[in-house]
Design a protein around this ligand. Structure first.
Ligand code: FES
Length: 191
């Protein structure tokens, strides 16, 4: 029997009916529990949407074996669905980065600020231009690196140096350095 069927029958729901009160109680209870079930079924999908799914958790960090990257080479990996650049600087690139007076930079940071102590040959940055988010060139063999030898963003011409610091063009900031740590000499965990 549905709630409507009970409510529509005055003989059953009227005050003169012997069990009218009890039936009204039933309608009230039934309606309350239906609302309760409804609320629960709305809550469960909401809660499951808020909890990170397994693949999101897996992507919250990226572990890379960088042992085979030679000085002067770079790779492009993925971290939280965005490109990340891992570059092994040559002694010349390190010297070029260090030769720039930090306070002359748009986003003043030294190479030391942007690398781990004792590991300054490893430059790890997001591969996302800080202007409007394009992926700069400079990791691939033969790709344009721009006049400062780092990265070049083809979208609007931002130029980054060998420490991935902005040197020219519209980008306001250096390429972002993500949180990372070396878990061994050749393995780095990003995130
Ligand atoms: S997005 Fe890189 S210069 Fe505009």
């Amino acid at each position: 029997m549905t709630d409507t069927a009970v409510a529509d029958n005055p003989a059953q729901s009227g005050p003169e009916s012997g069990d009218g009160v009890r039936r009204r109680d039933f309608i009230y209870v039934a309606a309350t529990s239906a609302a309760g079930v409804g609320a629960a079924s709305v809550l469960i999908p909401l809660v499951s949407q808020m909890a990170p799914s397994a693949d999101v958790l897996a992507e919250s960090s990226t572990e890379l074996d960088i042992g085979s990257i030679q000085p002067g080479q770079a790779i492009k990996a993925v971290f939280r669905k965005q490109p990340v650049f891992v570059r092994r600087l040559t002694p010349k690139e390190i010297a070029e980065a260090k030769a720039v007076p930090v306070d002359s930079l748009r986003d003043p940071q030294s190479l030391e600020d942007r690398t781990k102590k004792g590991k300054e040959e490893w430059l790890i940055t997001m591969g996302v231009c800080t202007h409007l988010g394009c992926v700069p060139l400079g990791t691939g063999e033969g790709e344009v690196k721009g006049e400062f030898g780092g990265y070049f963003c083809p979208c609007h011409g931002s130029v980054y140096d060998t420490a991935a610091r902005i040197r020219k063009g519209p980008a306001p900031k250096n390429l972002e350095v993500p949180p990372y740590e070396f878990t061994s000499d050749t393995v780095v965990k990003i995130g």
